[in-house]
Ligand binder design. Structure first.
Ligand code: TUI
Length: 313
């Protein structure tokens, strides 16, 4: 299965690994790239020298194209972008903000720019600003999210821009992949399922929490503070709910989440840690190598398409 996304990025399968702070390290990114997709190192809120070391490590682990995901709210975003321009990974994805001012310099360095957006207006703006790929992320995704579902966002973005569109949020298996292509996508982005890969260095407790998750366990907190985040339900999300309902201050609520990702990822604290994950967590059942995860999205899609054809007769 080759799409124009494969041409743009020089990859075998049209699949991008989502940028997940603390989880998407050089090890994970390289494993996804070695498996034929494109892996992304998540810069998260890490300082620039840490990001540079991660890029250098990924270069040692793979000779395939890989990228970096930059969280635009990072206090180090300027320095991280500078490091990326120097180190020249194949691509940059951005999240949680507008990367327009960095696009000319990234393109000058030959780096493909792939903003993650959650609205049609932002997709159109990014195309006009010179982006190469648009990643349209629905509210099914984990972490910081927008309002619209993948089902309604992707076709509207595909109609509004000429660039390759990647569907993100809630794509848990090959049925989701086929659906994404039906909606007009040229590729898929997968995050949650890659947490449960052999190569992901997240704490095993975190992986097991994703595997155990049921359909309604990936809940949203922070709607009242204007920065909604989807994570697996636990003591932390219940405390968030309680504070939000009690009319606590923005600062008080934000304070609760500080260090939550590190607690979940490094210490395996599944109670007070922030277990960011998408709704697709409920459909993740095992830990397996990245290459197997990638193939599972594309092997057997012909049969699904054949079944659809037969049903529509
Ligand atoms: O960025 C993500 N997911 C994330 S970022 C993150 S770190 C964080 N932690 C706590 C609170 C907030 C962030 C964890 N997960 N996904 C991509 C994404 N980007 N979803 C939505 C957006 C987005 C939002 C606003 C993209 C552009 C945008 O533009 C606003 C503007 O400038 O107009």
């Amino acid at each position: 299965m080759k799409t124009r996304l494969c041409e743009t990025l020089g990859i075998e399968y049209p699949i991008i690994q989502g940028g997940m702070a603390w989880v998407a390290t050089a090890e994970l990114a390289a494993a996804v790239s070695n498996g034929g997709g494109i892996g992304l190192i998540a810069a998260g809120s890490a300082p620039a020298d840490v990001v540079r070391a991660q890029i250098k490590k990924a270069k040692e682990l793979t000779d395939k194209p890989f990228g970096v995901n930059v969280m635009m709210m990072s206090p180090f975003v300027d320095e991280v972008m500078q490091v990326i321009i120097e180190e020249k990974p194949a691509a940059v994805a951005t999240g949680a903000g507008n990367p327009a001012k960095y696009i000319p310099a990234l393109k000058e360095a030959g780096i493909k720019v792939m903003p993650v957006i959650a609205s049609v207006a932002m997709a159109v703006k990014m195309e006009k600003s010179g982006a190469d790929v648009i990643i349209a992320e629905g509210t099914e995704a984990g972490g910081h999210i927008g309002e619209l579902t993948t089902m309604v966002l992707v076709p509207q973005v595909a109609d509004a821009v000429a660039l390759p569109v990647v569907a993100a949020g809630g794509i848990a298996d090959k049925r989701g992949a086929v659906a994404a292509f039906a909606l007009g996508a040229d590729g898929i982005q997968v995050g949650t399922r890659f947490i449960c890969s052999t190569e992901c260095i997240a704490h095993d407790n975190y992986k097991q929490a994703v595997i155990k998750a049921k359909d309604r366990d990936a809940v949203v907190t922070g709607r009242t503070t204007g920065a909604p985040v989807r994570a697996l339900k636990n003591k932390l999300t219940r405390e968030y709910d309680r504070l939000e309902k009690s009319g606590a201050s923005f600062e008080e609520i934000e304070q609760l989440g500080i260090g939550g990702l590190r607690r979940a990822f490094e210490e395996g604290d599944v109670q007070t840690g922030s277990l960011m994950a998408g709704q697709s967590a409920a459909m993740v059942t095992k830990i397996e190598p990245c290459a197997d995860i990638i193939r599972s999205y594309f092997d057997g899609t012909e049969e699904i398409i054949e079944n659809i054809k037969n049903q529509l007769k």
